[in-house]
Design a protein around this ligand. Structure first.
Ligand SMILES: Nc1ncnc2c1ncn2[C@@H]1O[C@H](COP(=O)(O)OP(=O)(O)OP(=O)(O)O)[C@@H](O)[C@H]1O
Length: 244
C-alpha cells in the first residue's frame, strides 16, 4: 500500500500540532518515533481516518481521501487499529471480542467467524484463553487478543498506537513477537512506538516526528546508523541513555 501526505496540518484551537507533513512511500512497515507530544498519535489517527486534518491532502494507493463520512467509512473498513490499552469489551469473552466485528461489521456468519478467530488463537498460543473475560487475562494476553481482533478482519493496513506502553516489560516482548510475525507475513503496518529495538530491527522505515513535522524519514537501518538532524541525535541519545 502506498501513502502520500501533502502539506498535512492539524490544529486544535490555537495550538498547532502538525505542520506541513509531506511524505510519500510504500508503507510495508513504518515506525513513527519522536518526543512526547510531538503529534505522533495525531498523525496516525489522520492516516486511519479517525481525525480530519485542518488542511492538506492524503492519497492511499493514488486515490484521494476526501475526509467526508463516506470515504472515511470505506478507509476504516480496510484498517485494523490497536491502541495503548483498554481495547477489549470487559463484558465479552476473548472469543466474543474477536468475532464481534467480523459478524456485525463484516457480515460473516458466526461459525466462520469462530473458525477465523480460533485459527488466530491457536497460532498465538491463546486457545486456553478464548472463554475468559479480559479481567481474567494478563495485560500481554489482552493486547495480543486486541491484535488478533484487528487482524481477523484481514485489514490492508494495521495501525498501532503505542501498543506496549501500558505493559510490563515481560509482556512487551510477546506482543512485539506477534507483530513481527504479521509484518513478516507481509501485512502493512504503521506503529507509533517508544520501543527503539523494535523500530530498528522489525520495521523497514522510520518517520521521526518532532517540532510538529517530519524532521527525518527513511530506511530504519540508515536512520539509526546515521541520524542527520541534531533533534534525532539528541532524541536517540536520550532514549538509549539508560539501556543496558
Ligand atoms: N483532541 C485534542 N484536543 C486538543 N489537543 C489535543 C488533542 N489531541 C491531541 N492534542 C494535543 O496535541 C499534541 C500532540 O498530541 P499527540 O498525542 O499526537 O502526541 P504524541 O507524539 O503521540 O505524544 P505521546 O508520545 O506523549 O503519546 C499534544 O500537545 C496534545 O495535548
Amino acid at each position: 500500500m502506498n501513502i502520500e501526505l501533502k502539506n498535512i496540518c492539524k490544529n486544535f484551537g490555537d495550538s498547532i500540532v502538525l505542520q506541513d507533513i509531506n511524505y510519500e512511500d510504500d508503507i510495508n512497515s513504518i515506525a513513527i518515533i519522536g518526543p512526547s507530544g510531538g503529534g505522533k498519535s495525531t498523525l496516525l489517527r489522520i492516516i486511519g481516518g479517525l481525525l480530519t486534518p485542518s488542511s492538506g491532502e492524503m492519497y492511499i494507493d493514488g486515490k484521494k481521501i476526501n475526509f467526508d463520512e463516506k470515504s472515511l467509512v470505506m478507509l476504516r473498513r480496510n484498517i485494523g487499529f490497536v491502541f495503548q490499552s483498554k481495547g477489549l469489551f470487559e463484558h465479552l469473552t476473548a472469543m466474543e471480542n474477536v468475532i464481534l466485528p467480523l459478524i456485525h461489521t463484516f457480515g460473516i456468519n458466526k461459525p466462520d467467524a469462530v473458525q477465523t478467530a480460533g485459527k488466530l488463537f491457536d497460532r498465538f498460543g491463546l486457545s486456553r484463553e478464548k472463554d475468559k473475560y479480559p479481567s481474567q487475562l494478563s495485560g500481554g494476553q489482552q493486547q495480543r487478543i486486541s491484535i488478533a481482533r484487528s487482524v481477523a478482519i484481514k485489514p490492508k493496513l494495521l495501525l498501532l498506537d503505542e501498543p506496549t506502553s501500558a505493559l510490563d516489560p515481560e509482556y512487551t516482548g510477546e506482543v512485539l513477537d506477534m507483530l513481527n510475525e504479521f509484518q513478516n507475513d507481509g501485512l502493512d503496518s504503521i506503529i507509533v512506538t517508544h520501543e527503539m529495538g523494535f523500530a530498528k530491527n522489525s520495521c523497514d522505515k522510520i518517520i521521526f516526528l518532532a517540532e510538529n513535522t517530519i524532521l527525518e524519514s527513511g530506511k530504519s537501518s540508515k536512520i539509526f546508523r546515521e541520524p542527520k538532524t541534531k533533534q534525532l541525535i539528541r532524541f536517540l541519545d536520550k532514549i538509549l541513555e539508560w539501556k543496558v
